[in-house]
Each structure stands twice: as C-alpha cells, then as structure tokens.
Design a protein. Structure first.
Length: 324
C-alpha cells in the first residue's frame, strides 16, 4: 500500500495576482474626489504600506498627479511628517535625558535658598524654550488636514481670535495669482499621457469605453479641482478671487491648446475651448441676472487680450448669460 502526502496552501486574494499599477491609480482618483486632504494622505500611505511598499515612490507620484490640488499637496506633506516622527522621538528622548541629568545634579548639591530658586527658574525657562522649539517643528510639518484641526481647536479654546482668523482667511482666499492657476491647469492637462488613457479606455466589465470619451473624462477630472475652488469662492461671496480662478482656468486651457504635446488632447482637441467656455458659464451663473452684463464685460475685456482666438466664443457666452 502506497501512502501519498499532499501539501495545500490556503487560498487568498494573492492568488488573483492583482496588478496594483493599474488598480491603485483608479482608486486614488475615486478617493481624492471624496476624501479631505488629511484622510487622503493617510489612506494612500496605509494602502501602499500594506500592498505596494516596494513601489511606494512611483505610486506616490501617481497619487499626487491624479489628486485634487489640496490632496496632491497633502501627499507631499505626509512623507515629511512620517520622516519627522522618528526624529521627534529622538529629540524628546534627548531632552528627557538632559532634564533627568540636570535634576540629579540639583538634588546632589546643597545651595542657599536664593541660588536654588534661581536655578529652578532657569531650568523651567530652558524647558519652556525647548518645548517651543519642538512645537514649532511640528507645526511646520503638519499635513493640511492636521493644520485645519489645530486651527479649530485653537479657536475653540480662544474664541476671541475668531474674528481675526476670519479676516485672515478672507484675505487669503480672495487673493489668487492668475498665472499660478493657469500654469497648474496647463500642466495637469498636458501631462496626461497614453498610459493614463490605456487605463480608462477599451473593454471593461460594464462595456466598451471609447478612447475619445476616456480622454474627455480624464481631462475634465484634471481641471475639476480648480472649478470646484471657483464655485467655493462664489458661495463664500469672494467674487474677486472666483474671477481670478476662472481667468486662470481659461488662460491655462488656452496655453494647453497651443502645445503640441502628442498626449491626451489629440483624442479630445476641442476640449480646451469647450471647457473654458463651460468655466465662464459657471462663473457668470453665480451672479444675479442683473449683474451679469457688467461682470461679463469686465471678464471679457480681461481675457480677450490674452486669448484673442477665443474672443468670439467668450462674447457669445457672456451675451447668452444675460438672457438666462
């Protein structure tokens, strides 16, 4: 009689052979659209640590590229914060050792009362200074979501600072450099490549996605963060800042249309002009009908000098907005 010995491994998701380089970018896009900056950075960090730590550098670049502007910055800050935690622990240990050593020294010596008080006061002052230094380092390396939490807690504890914080916030979001917005929009649109398109076009479980449609979707997602920012400023009544964002979107799309990048715009050549028109329509729609003429004329005058080839389109959109 022959005895056979059979070894079997336990099944699991690893058997499927998941292609993380294709799965993660799509997951990043969905997560970025629904999560705040702090949560986005933490969850990206967690999934890479668990499933794709060996390709972490590459995937962090992808996570920053496909994310909204705020979430993109949070990924950069998250890396700094992780590296800081180890250094912070070492600093705290060193401070503790120095404090303990100094305490033993004080207990081992006998001095007159006045001298003892003076040294204790000096020790307290030194400890306070060390604490301020450590706190300053932490603040400089907080992720955006963590900074927001610190601000909320600070205002809860010191309500008298609320008015000043409101004034600073209004000043901050009202001042928007048009050139910075334009550069970011142009970069986001032109850096999309065929790898991005291949990840969205073609045969899918729900059907076939045409390359032109996939390109349109990707380009819209690339600009969506700035459009949301424009609408947010409109809701806050910060019309000057919203107009700057609108102008930056239009100017950035115009610059993108002039580049021969051989990328995504080859599949959607009309996207820059069409989406620029959409941004203007959305901006003007945020005003009461009675004010749209003046706002539209001002915006047209500011844009036409820079995007002269789109002047007819801009005039048509501003004229149509008055009739709605």
């Amino acid at each position: 009689m022959t005895t056979s010995l059979f070894f079997a491994d336990e099944g699991g998701s690893w058997v499927l052979g998941i292609d993380w380089e294709k799965v993660l970018p799509a997951w990043f896009r969905i997560l970025s659209a629904t999560a705040d900056p702090g949560e986005y950075a933490q969850r990206v960090d967690a999934i890479l640590k668990k499933h794709y730590d060996y390709g972490r550098g590459k995937m962090l670049s992808v996570a920053r590229r496909v994310a909204t502007p705020a979430n993109s910055k949070s990924c950069q800050n998250r890396d700094l914060f992780r590296s800081y935690r180890t250094g912070s622990a070492n600093i705290n240990t060193s401070d503790f050792q120095q404090s303990t050593s100094h305490s033993h020294f004080l207990r081992g010596k006998r001095h007159v009362m006045s001298t003892n008080k003076s040294r204790k006061k000096g020790t307290a002052t030194t400890a306070a200074r060390n604490g301020m230094t450590v706190a300053s380092g932490v603040l400089n390396r907080l992720a955006p979501g963590e900074v927001a939490s610190v601000l909320r807690i600070l205002l809860d504890r010191h309500p008298n600072l609320t008015r000043e914080a409101q004034e600073i916030a209004a000043e901050l979001v009202s001042s928007v450099p048009v050139g910075d917005i334009a550069d970011d929009v142009c970069a986001r649109v032109t850096r999309l490549d065929m790898d991005d398109l291949h990840g969205r076009a073609g045969k899918r479980s729900w059907g076939y996605v045409e390359p032109a449609q996939a390109a349109q979707d990707l380009l819209e997602e690339a600009v969506a963060g700035h459009l949301d920012d424009m609408k947010r400023r409109m809701d806050l009544g910060l019309y000057e800042g919203a107009e700057s964002v609108c102008a930056g979107i239009v100017l950035g799309l115009f610059h993108a249309s002039r580049q021969k990048s051989g990328g995504m715009l080859e599949w959607a050549p009309d996207f820059p002009a069409e989406h620029a028109g959409y941004a203007i329509e959305e901006y003007l729609a945020g005003y009461p009908k009675s004010k749209r003429r003046g706002v539209g004329d001002r915006l047209s005058a500011a844009l036409v000098a820079s995007v002269s080839e789109w002047s007819d389109m801009i005039f048509r959109i501003t004229k149509r907005s008055r009739q709605r």
